[in-house]
Ligand binder design. Structure first.
Ligand code: MN
Length: 271
């Protein structure tokens, strides 16, 4: 549990049927993240662990800004590249999650994503996927060639188009208003590949704490026969709220995002 900060969270993980767990997570202070590593031998586990460790210093801070997060993303990218050099194999990792940040003096969730792990927002029974997968099947969906349902079963569903460690120092980010009753569910594809968004909402809805929700969701993935490592972090802000008058602008960090007043997708300076 992350105590003492306005955001609270907890995580759970299981190797599933795999011989080792290459996922990593961190839920402490204002930082709530999941990383799903890939690469031969120990490369995947080392990549996801290196990405997460780059955010450990931020987890001990009381206040974070979007710029702090962006700087840590660059450090994480460099650290994962270094893992590849050290193990002598291609390795990389997804990374997604939420940071409790202060922007223009107001509290916000800053949601980030690279790869195909996902961050969802739960409002009661309503489930919304905030992140957009960087994956081959997402590109097919965007092009109108397959449906989101078909993507779930597509033989190439595991091919991702972006990862930390791929040499492109860029990430997607959104500023999401903090709502006390709303929970964020952050998960690797070991969950999202076998448990639908609506079922994620139902299972989390049965839970009385982030810790309980994370454990129930990992169990649900195992029960639904996941073939992969499963990791889930659940975060919320029980006593904090983004005021109605607060706006996410000036945002994004870089000018290319398609934005509205409450959230924006941004990409790093190199894309
Ligand atoms: Mn996975």
């Amino acid at each position: 549990m992350s105590d003492g900060h306005w955001s609270q969270g907890a995580g759970a993980t299981d190797a599933g049927p795999r011989p080792r767990n290459e996922d990593s997570f961190l839920s402490a202070g204002p930082v709530h993240l999941v990383a799903d590593g890939m690469g031969g031998h120990a490369g995947g586990a080392a990549a996801s662990a290196a990405a997460i460790e780059a955010f450990r210093p931020l987890s001990q801070r009381d206040t974070l800004t979007p710029d702090d997060v962006a700087a840590a993303m660059t450090a994480a990218h460099a650290d994962v590249l270094e893992v590849g050099r050290r193990v002598g194999a291609e390795s990389g990792t997804t990374l997604t999650g939420a940071f409790a940040v202060e922007h223009e003096g107001q509290p916000w969730w800053m949601v980030v994503n690279v790869g195909d792990s996902r961050t969802y927002q739960l409002d009661g029974t309503e489930v919304r996927q905030i992140t957009v997968d960087h994956s081959h099947v997402q590109q097919l969906v965007d092009a109108g060639r397959i449906t989101a349902e078909e993507a779930t079963y597509h033989p190439d569903r595991h091919i991702i188009t972006r990862a930390l460690g791929d040499g492109v120092d860029a990430f997607d980010a959104w500023l999401v208003p903090v709502v006390p009753a709303s929970w964020l569910v952050i998960a690797s594809d070991g969950l999202t590949g076998v448990v639908s968004a609506s079922l994620i909402g139902s299972v989390a809805g049965l839970s009385d704490s982030p810790e309980d929700a994370a454990e129930r969701l990992v169990e649900a993935a195992l029960r639904h026969g996941t073939g992969d490592n499963v990791t889930v972090v659940v975060a919320h802000a029980p006593t904090t709220e983004t005021p109605d008058h607060a706006v996410a602008e000036p945002w994004p960090l870089w000018p290319e995002g398609d934005d509205d007043t409450q959230s924006a997708a941004v990409r790093g300076p190199q894309e």
